[in-house]
Design a protein around this ligand. Structure first.
Ligand code: NDP
Length: 291
């Protein structure tokens, strides 16, 4: 009997990140490392799409039968009108960073806040339920983090933001959608973190490369020794805020954790499999030159 080889399959399953600019987005490095580690014939493409071409790009996603996409700046809100369904938490957040395909339907999800929460639970070992949390910022990352903190059952949530209009608008919207009283305080001068705070999140872009010497104007002098200080900024992973917290002996959580876990959750949504998280973390570290 002649041996019969399995039929060759040169057709990869496709996922992609759409954004503008997008060239420096490192997500592809960690997703492709995970595909490779599990022997999956999948590819992750990093594609620049200008806002005026987003509708056509999503038609392309459908035509190519792509298994999913990530959206980054400036498409996270604009993409919603081209999708078939939005997951409940993504609808509260009002933005989509991940799309998965279910049959012919494209479903919008948001894994940013979920990735943050998973880092809080797994890497920092903190259960947010019943905790008092403070979020600095009111942009896209803050919206996702605030929403997931509320859904995770925090007892008290304070948003501190420089722009009063932006901060108040976000808090009013999210409070109405989640039915939780979220407090807001304008950020004026140095914000003194109160002694009863248990989780502090920098969800502003202060400290983001190349502005690595910038430090959010906060004073940790009165903080409880158990305050978890976390940063959404992942480049550099050791921000000035985290370095200050570490010097004071406070527990810290860096933005790489959030970035890896949002990717882990995306991988699970697309493939239905659990990716090797250490492989993804190492690949991301190498891609950012910190591994
Ligand atoms: P946005 O541009 O939507 O929001 C920026 C926020 O930062 C606003 O609240 C803004 O305040 C505040 N801010 C910026 N500069 C200053 C300043 N000098 N003083 C006070 N406040 C300031 O950004 P995103 O929410 O999309 O991203 C925020 C950070 O989160 C970025 O560093 C991004 O890289 C990171 N991120 C990390 C992820 C991860 O997986 N680790 C995922 C997503 C984002 P104001 O309203 O007053 O302008």
């Amino acid at each position: 009997m002649p041996e019969t080889a399995a039929p060759a399959n040169f057709q990869a399953e496709l996922v992609a990140c759409l954004g503008q600019p997008v060239a420096e987005n490192p997500t592809g490095a960690m997703q492709e490392a995970a595909f490779h580690a599990l022997g999956l014939h999948w590819r992750y493409l990093t594609i620049e799409v200008p806002p005026a071409r987003l509708r056509e790009a999503i038609l392309g996603v459908r035509a190519f039968g792509m298994r999913g996409i990530n959206l980054t700046i400036p498409h996270k809100v604009a993409v919603i009108e081209y999708l078939d369904e939005i997951a409940p938490d993504a609808a509260v957040i009002g933005a989509v960073n991940t799309v998965r395909r279910d049959g012919d339907r494209l479903i919008g999800e948001n894994t940013d806040g979920k990735g943050f929460l998973r880092g809080v639970r797994v890497d920092a070992g903190v259960d947010p339920r019943g905790k008092r949390a403070i979020v600095l910022g009111a942009g896209g990352a803050a919206r996702a983090i605030v929403t997931e903190l509320v859904l995770a059952g925090v007892a008290d949530l304070l948003v501190v933001n420089r722009s009063i209009v932006r901060g108040e608008t976000m808090v009013a919207e999210l409070a109405a959608k989640t039915k939780m009283a979220i407090r807001f305080q304008p950020w004026r001068g140095v914000y003194r973190v109160p002694a009863d705070a248990e989780i502090l999140v920098n969800a502003t872009s202060i400290g983001l490369y190349p502005d690595v010497d910038a430090m959010p104007p906060v004073d940790l002098g009165a903080a409880s020794p158990n305050l978890l200080v976390s940063d959404a900024v992942f480049n550099p992973p050791e921000t000035r805020l985290l370095a200050d917290a570490r010097r004071r002996g406070l527990p810290v959580l860096d933005g790489l954790s959030m970035l890896v876990y949002q990717g882990v959750i995306g991988f699970q949504l697309w493939t239905g499999l659990n990716p090797p998280e250490d492989v993804m973390k190492q690949a991301l570290g190498r891609a950012l030159g910190v591994g």
